[in-house]
Design a protein around this ligand. Structure first.
Ligand code: ACM
Length: 752
């Protein structure tokens, strides 16, 4: 099928073009397949440059319009070519499959050639990136050197998943996301439209799915909801198609089904309190396996197939808790009548039945890797691999197409850095470099699993990769955008760029221009990769300061006089020593341009004795989350509310203050709830207990939690007196996990 032809053709092209010139760097992400420098004259882009499209060619006209929009006031207008410089869009075959294009800059012409609309669009995007390269002026005319780029993707599926079920995003936001996905040559958006916490897709046949299932009341008592009408969905799907993006709808089954079951209780089992619907985690709610529920689900899928032209339709299949099937007599009787050994086999039967429905309607099924459990998955079903790559490779060997969507590296609900400026997310840090290092064609295997090389035929079944933006902890659209960018750029390069051309250092050198583009487009990319972390330790009347960024890109420049650092400010080399009381401001610069925002830290005595929760260390690493909440975020392990302040300077300290918040424990943990660490309280409301040197050390202070009020961070204070430098352990006590007491900040109070 076409997908495999693409990767084989691209591989052949790499072999053909593997000359030193083929690897030349242009400031383009994802890195193109072949770049060959030309000679003579290139092309000038300015308002006089003509932009020429074949008469009546709608795809070329769209690509030209995209280019003029991106270039803004620097661009010419779509017109007929005159004597001056011109950008010409032309139809013609280019090796490398349906997304391939050629871009030639020579003799006052930029010529974008492609057989497809996708190729013309991607050629336009590459031309815009050349015009916004780091060595080009930020405004005014651009002169581009002569060259030829021949480009095609390594993988057919270069995707992101957007979870619109846990939190809803507006159609305008989704269009904005599709816009920037196209600028990364990302071509697939898996749209997670249903889950326990919400049903977001209008289904004409079952209006309660959205009128009831689209809205929840969280444990915080706040109603929350929203959904997409079919008219909105059709418009979004068409908008995506114009940008070469396929929207793959995901309708979760048999688990992750609470919202639908709340709307139509007969398709599930009793048992989940509607008040818990805003909880995160895995609910036990599962669809029935009877014919009535099959009719319900296939009626829904009938409307889904009508709305979404995607060849594959995602049906979830993950994390289906089977206790309700196990406990239900009718389900057990059906299972035995079907000759199925257990509930896992029953799920496999259920998935096959749904897959057959999709096949009968001209579509194919894609699901998370649990659809392999129980065996018998039809070979034309595609697997989304989120568990270890060993399972994915077994699926590939069995002949399934596989999309690598591996946790935790491709889970964009993880933080990008440990800087306090990271707003939300799971505690693990998945840095830009980690995402870049992930090669879907050679995925890292779990420890102890031996690597068995794939044959070419097997390898061709790895059709690409997808990063998943799960939104349990991303309540706002701004959060989603920040968690996606710039990591989507690494996904784009892993999906597009030929394996021999993948190189982190080279990618890093193209980041300054990419950050500048994000800024110019008004996109709020996370700067955890380049922002300066300012760390300091007091040494008498001085502070020893270290400045570092996650990537080490460019130079770090700093000031100590309160001004913003500029390209001429001092470069930080090694440790710097400043007097106590100094404010250090620092930023990353590359090629004379500021790449990061300005980080600032005041090294007063008081500031050194204050830490937000993100600067403390959770005592355990079980389910660490930067939790959203009034006055937050709060960095905590929800399984054990305990924090360490290593090497606290306690000389002169007379008291300890802590800002504590109380938030609902809204996590469905199943049996794991029993493993939450609970420390016996001395009073009914519990305490925050401060211990010396370790969490079993002597108690230094006890701060009663009784006065902590919901909706704020309540300051608590207790005397504390000990000298020297010691680790401090701060842990809450309480009889139940709910509510959750979390630290916002801690301050050591001194007499002066
Ligand atoms: C998943 O993360 N449950 C696919």
């Amino acid at each position: 099928m076409t997908r495999r032809v693409i990767s084989r053709a691209a591989a052949a092209l790499v072999a053909l073009l593997a000359t030193p010139l083929a690897a030349a760097t242009v400031d383009v992400i994802p890195r193109p397949l072949s770049v060959v420098a030309g000679s003579g004259t290139g092309v000038r882009i300015d308002p006089a440059t003509a932009i020429v499209v074949p008469t009546g060619d709608a795809g070329a006209t769209r690509a030209a319009r995209e280019l003029t929009t991106l270039l803004g006031t620097r661009a010419g207008k779509a017109t007929v070519a005159g004597q001056g410089d011109a950008v010409v869009f032309a139809r013609g075959d280019v090796t490398g499959g349906p997304e391939a294009y050629r871009l030639t800059l020579a003799n006052h012409r930029a010529t974008v050639t492609a057989a497809t609309d996708a190729g013309l669009l991607y050629g336009a995007v590459t031309l815009w990136q050349l015009a916004t390269a780091a060595d080009q002026p930020a405004t005014g005319p651009v002169d581009l050197a002569p060259l030829t780029i021949v480009d095609a993707p390594r993988f057919a599926w270069r995707g992101l998943l957007l979870d619109s079920a846990r939190h809803y995003q507006s159609p305008a936001f989704i269009r904005r996301m599709l816009d920037w996905m196209a600028l990364h040559k990302l071509n697939t958006l898996q749209w997670h439209l249903t889950d326990d916490q919400g049903w977001r897709l209008e289904i004409k046949h079952y209006p309660r799915l959205t009128s009831v299932g689209g809205f929840r009341v969280g444990r915080d008592g706040k109603p929350y909801g929203g959904f997409y009408t079919q008219a909105e969905v059709r418009a979004i799907v068409a908008y995506a198609a114009e940008r070469n993006i396929t929207i793959v709808p995901e309708i979760e089954m048999p688990g992750h089904a609470l919202a639908a079951i709340r709307a139509y209780p007969k398709v599930g089992f009793a048992g989940v309190d509607a008040a818990a619907q805003g909880d995160w985690g895995v609910f036990p709610s599962i669809y029935r396996t009877d014919d009535a529920t099959y009719a319900f689900l296939t009626t829904i899928l009938g409307e889904v197939v009508d709305l979404f032209p995607s060849k594959v339709i995602a049906i979830g299949g993950d994390e289906a808790v089977k206790t309700q099937w196990h406990a239900d007599a009718a389900t057990q009787a059906q299972m035995h009548a079907l000759g199925l050994a257990d509930e896992t086999a029953l799920q496999a039967w259920f998935v096959r039945r749904i897959g057959t429905y999709l096949n009968d309607h001209g579509r194919q099924l894609i699901g998370w890797d649990e659809i392999l459990d129980g065996g018998g998955l039809p070979v034309n079903d595609t697997v989304l691999s989120w568990h270890g790559a060993d399972g994915a490779l077994a699926a590939v060997r069995a002949g399934h197409d596989v999309v690598m969507a591996t946790a935790p590296t491709l889970y964009f609900d993880n933080r990008q850095s440990s800087l306090p400026s990271e707003s939300i997310g799971r505690g693990s840090v998945i840095a830009l470099v980690d995402v870049y290092a992930y090669d879907p064609g050679d995925p890292p295997l779990p420890k102890g699993v031996a690597k068995v090389p794939l044959t070419d035929a097997e390898r061709a079944h790895i059709i690409g990769l997808q990063a998943n933006i799960w939104t349990e902890h991303m309540a706002t659209e701004a959060n989603v955008e920040r968690m996606a960018l710039p990591r989507a750029a690494a996904v784009a390069e892993s999906g597009w760029t030929a394996a021999p051309l993948r190189d982190w250092t080279n990618f890093e050198s193209r980041l300054p221009a990419q950050f500048a583009r994000y800024r110019a487009l008004g996109l709020d990319a996370d700067e955890g990769a380049v922002e300066v972390a300012i760390r300091g330790r007091r040494d008498g009347d001085s502070v020893r300061v270290r400045l570092a960024s996650q990537t080490g890109l460019g130079d770090i420049r700093y000031t100590t006089d309160g001004s913003d650092p500029g390209p001429a400010s001092t470069v930080a080399a090694g440790q710097i020593v400043v007097p106590l009381g100094t404010t250090v401001r620092a930023a990353t610069f590359a090629g004379g341009l500021r790449v990061s925002g300005v980080a600032s830290r005041s090294f007063t005595q008081a500031a050194l004795r204050y830490r937000v929760s993100q600067k403390l260390r959770p005592c355990t690493d079980r389910v660490v989350i930067n939790l959203v909440g009034p006055g937050g975020p709060f960095f905590a392990d929800i399984m054990d509310t305990c924090w360490l302040w290593p090497a606290a300077d306690l000389d002169g300290v007379t008291a300890i203050s802590a800002g504590v918040a109380v938030i609902p424990f809204n996590f469905q943990l199943g049996d794991d709830l029993k493993t939450v660490t609970l420390r016996p309280p001395a009073t009914p409301a519990g305490e925050l207990v401060v211990r010396l040197d370790s969490c079993t050390g002597p108690i230094l202070a006890t701060l009663p939690l009784a006065s902590v009020r919901a909706g704020e961070v309540t300051p608590l204070t207790a005397p504390l007196s000990v000298s020297g430098t010691h680790d401090l352990c701060l842990a809450t006590t309480g009889r139940t996990p709910d509510p959750l007491h979390v630290l916002g900040w801690v301050r050591l109070e001194a007499a002066k």
